[in-house]
Design a binder for this molecule. Structure first.
Ligand SMILES: [Zn+2]
Length: 447
């Protein structure tokens, strides 16, 4: 084992700000240039043309409802590249909750195989729903609202979540046509029955857990194409990324990674990290994966227009395609980087995080398990009362690093793997394990 020692005195020569050590790969820049607002518009025009994509809007008509909609997503993705394996992921669902009758519900899945088993997901939900309006005779003079037995009211779902669906399709296109052989396997999913309670995503997440899939990340996109808030505020230059607690959860590391890559590849398009699983009282498909222990985040526009959501007014006119294209590029940059990089290093041993106070008792002594294909590591740290990494040092192909006289009590540490092309993984953080109740020794009074 090679040991790299660095005292705080060499900091000035060695440490850089986090953004400085980062590469911008011209091949990824080319991928981003390939993202087309016109294509996003074309996909979404077709999808909204089916009038509704309610998960149970089954019909024989070729121009109406969920069946031709999911077929269109399937066929379109299949046309992108021979390398893309497209399939329906179907489940027989019994009546429950918001699903009043038995139905076969299908996610649409396109897989771009990589060199390794680890998977990176990009997703949106293609299903839609609309409230019954108060003016509708079906509302019976009530104020209107959701009627889960009504499958056929107009629910174009251009922004919720046609936007996330076509974003996913376009990322699938540009990555599958890029000619790059990725390390990770990319999985592009248009989920069904999100509106009925994350049904399609929950069924797939359960399957992923049963079958032991290695999922490194999920980029879930839901309500991602509108730039004009219902309050009249226009914002086409920022987007939000929601990630679940705690502060150093794998999902939160993914969020930090997305902002780092997004900032490098899309300067001027600001990624606002929100330290929350989702918005107040609202949910999304990433949560179904989070609950099974998979890291995942939700991308959403910064300014929502609630009055259009879940109504017949969620039409093409409420989508800003240049904004949606920029958000698509942020996704593509993050996905391409994470998929091109080696797997994140493992920092936990049998007895917890491999972080100690070193020989003197006052150092930060970190070890990790090397990642296959990594040629260097990026060690990062920050004060424990700080949201994002403040310091970094790039070390060679080693599995240990000692920072002298930096207290492991006062800082959070992490390490990312860097591949030969300079692509870096998400950071693995050394997280202080929660104490079991039985470990806490009570101290009596008077001592
Ligand atoms: Zn949605």
């Amino acid at each position: 084992m090679r040991l790299l020692l660095c005292t705080t005195l060499c900091a000035a020569a060695f440490f850089t700000t986090p953004a400085a050590g980062q590469i911008v790969d011209p091949r990824i820049e080319e991928i981003l240039q390939d993202v087309s607002a016109d294509r996003l518009h074309e996909y979404l025009t077709t999808l909204t043309g089916y009038e509704t994509r309610h998960s149970l809007s089954f019909s024989d008509r070729p121009d109406f409802g969920v069946l031709p909609a999911r077929q269109y997503i399937f066929e379109t993705m299949r046309g992108f590249s021979d390398r893309l394996q497209v399939s329906f992921d179907c489940y027989e669902v019994e009546p429950q909750g918001r699903i009043p009758e038995r139905a076969e519900l299908c996610n649409v899945v396109a897989t771009l195989p990589g060199r390794s088993e680890r998977r990176v997901f990009v997703s949106g939900h293609y299903d839609t729903v609309a409230r019954v309006e108060a003016s509708d005779p079906a509302a019976g003079g009530s104020g209107g609202g959701f009627d889960w037995s009504r499958f056929d009211n107009p629910a174009p779902g251009a922004n919720d979540d046609g936007s996330g669906t076509v974003l996913t399709m376009e990322v699938a296109r540009v990555l599958s046509q890029s000619g790059i052989e990725f390390d990770a396997t990319l999985v592009f999913v248009a989920f069904v029955a999100e509106e009925e309670g994350l049904v399609g995503a929950s069924l797939m997440a359960a399957k992923a857990e049963r079958e032991g899939w290695v999922i490194d990340a999920m980029f879930n996109n839901d309500i991602i194409g509108n730039s004009l808030g219902g309050n009249g505020i226009l914002d086409s230059r920022t987007l939000r990324v929601f990630s679940e607690d705690p502060m150093d959860s794998p999902s939160r590391q993914l969020a930090r990674f997305i902002r780092r890559q997004g900032t490098a590849y899309m300067p001027g398009h600001e990624i606002r990290l929100i330290a929350r699983e989702d918005r107040f009282g609202r949910g999304g498909d990433h949560t179904a994966f989070n609950r099974r222990g998979f890291p995942g985040v939700r991308f959403s526009e910064s300014r929502e227009n609630y009055s259009r959501q879940h109504t017949a007014a969620d039409t093409l006119g409420g989508v800003d395609f240049d904004y949606l294209a920029r958000n698509t590029r942020v996704n593509a940059a993050g996905v391409a980087t994470i998929a091109a990089a080696p797997a994140a290093p493992k920092v936990d041993g049998p007895r917890g995080p491999m972080l100690s106070r070193g020989e003197t008792g006052y150092h930060a002594d970190m070890s990790w398990q090397r990642s296959l294909g990594a040629t260097a590591y990026r060690v990062v740290w920050r004060e424990a009362w700080t949201p994002d990494w403040q310091h970094e040092v790039i070390v060679g192909n080693v599995d240990r690093m000692v920072l002298e006289n930096i207290s492991i009590d006062d800082y959070v540490f992490g390490v990312a793997a860097v591949g030969p092309d300079g692509h870096e993984s998400v950071v693995s953080a050394y997280v202080r394990p929660p104490r079991a109740r039985s470990d806490i020794r009570e101290v009596g009074p008077g001592r």
